[in-house]
Ligand binder design. Structure first.
Ligand SMILES: [Cu+2]
Length: 162
């Protein structure tokens, strides 16, 4: 094998190993934390609501931008546990990345009780060390009023002449 190719293979192997370990985690100040500006814990909220993200002790940078003591927000909806800390957080409808550096977002929740939590990720979407996160809060979306039932009870046809 050509020596250049050997070197390339070694580099690639080393690179893939570092991705799979904690080497990709960025350090964070001990006192950094995330919090919800709104909604509040225990609040009853509409099904479509604006969630506002707060960050203390660090700055925001878009995904892909490597700068010390910065990161971007991730919103976890109804997740029991945090994802693995030493790999990029997987995106899903329960784990939303705000890689442009957004500090608020409109989300939609079904009626019922939901948990919300914020976690900061670095330029590679990997959690910092120590992990920078918010308290997990609970919000409640009320059941919609049963308008259709009332229409049925009042009778369909007479309603047309009201
Ligand atoms: Cu991300």
């Amino acid at each position: 094998m050509n020596i250049w190719i050997k070197g390339l293979v070694a580099c690639l192997a080393a690179g893939s190993i570092s991705v799979a370990t904690a080497a990709d985690r960025s350090s964070s100040p001990e006192d950094a934390y995330l919090y919800f500006i709104s909604p509040a814990h225990g609040e009853t909220v509409p099904g479509k609501l604006l969630v506002r993200f707060g960050l203390s002790g660090m700055g925001i940078a878009p995904a892909g931008v490597e700068r010390g003591d910065t990161g971007h927000h991730h919103l976890l909806i109804d997740m029991d546990e945090l994802p693995p800390a030493d790999e990029p957080m997987p995106a899903s409808d329960k784990l939303i990345h705000f890689g442009k550096g957004q500090t608020e977002a409109w989300i939609e929740l079904a009626p019922g009780k939901h948990s919300l939590q914020l976690v900061l990720g670095n330029h590679h979407h990997v959690m910092h060390k120590p992990i920078v996160k918010s308290q997990k809060i609970t919000v409640v979306v009320p059941q919609p009023p049963a308008e259709e039932d009332q229409d049925e009870k009042s009778g369909g046809l007479p309603g047309l002449f009201r």
